[in-house]
Design a protein around this ligand. Structure first.
Ligand code: ATP
Ligand code: MG
Length: 224
């Protein structure tokens, strides 16, 4: 379970999150809210990319404040722009990087890369230059790079914003089919329709926390 206990965070004078307490245990949780309301800040707290100024974030009992490395193994993170995530020039090298860091044996690394590329019909891209992939392929590869690490949770920060309709659907399907528990920040309300829970952020707080059929129409009314 992901837990926030009285979490507040500010950047300089700008207070972004105010005293948030939440327990997140559903399979798919959506996060919506206006631009600049703190969704990405919230997302980055969940895997210890950001440590809260006040309060605690607890991942399966581990406080992100003192267990950064263990927390990041448990909680994968997919950025909006895959160019921020893809580091190595060749697809296979990029996918292997995190696993090599963990000291996993070569055959395990190979097996996991094979399985993940097969899952997304991208076997033929193994030796492909990463920067020559299309936007949708890059996002699938960024997701693959997280999946090969076999985290228990994956946080997505606007994974479909830069994609065309076909790739949006492809990424949405990939997320829906995952075994991991996911937290997905998105402005695509249709995508979140069949999630288990939706959090609406506004003014540094979670102002609506409900099933999508209740939370999403309420959010639309709030924004109009
Ligand atoms: N590293 C930082 N340093 C200073 N200010 C920051 C930093 N990160 C975020 N902010 C500020 O915190 C506020 C919340 O930003 P955040 O990125 O969390 O919003 P968001 O809800 O993800 O917005 P969007 O929908 O546009 O992605 C914004 O005012 C932003 O300018
Ligand atoms: Mg954001």
């Amino acid at each position: 379970m992901l837990e926030l206990k009285q979490v507040s965070h500010a950047f300089g004078e700008r207070r972004v999150l105010e005293n948030i307490t939440l327990q997140l245990d559903e399979k798919r949780i959506g996060v919506v809210g206006s631009n600049g309301c703190g969704k990405s800040t919230f997302a980055r707290l969940l895997n210890g990319l950001l440590i809260p100024q006040h309060g605690d974030v607890i991942v399966d009992g581990l406080n992100t404040r003192d267990n950064g490395k263990a927390v990041r193994r448990k909680v994968g993170f997919v950025f909006q722009n895959p160019d921020n995530q893809i580091v190595f020039p060749i697809v296979e090298e990029d996918l292997a990087f995190g696993m090599k860091n963990l000291g996993l044996p070569k055959d395990v690394i190979r097996e996991r890369i094979d399985a993940t590329l097969a899952r997304y019909d991208m076997e033929s891209f193994r030796q492909h230059p990463s920067h020559l992939l299309s936007g949708g392929q890059k996002q699938l590869m960024a997701i693959s790079g997280v999946l090969v690490m076999q985290p228990d949770y994956i946080v997505f920060d606007e994974p479909t914003t830069l994609l065309d309709l076909r790739n949006k659907k492809r990424i949405a399907q990939a997320i829906n089919e995952m075994d991991q528990k996911t937290v997905v920040v998105s402005h695509d309300l249709e995508f979140l329709q069949d999630f288990d829970r939706v959090l609406v952020f506004e003014g540094g707080q979670v102002v609506i926390d409900d099933i999508p059929s209740v939370a999403l129409p309420a959010y639309v009314r709030m924004m109009s």
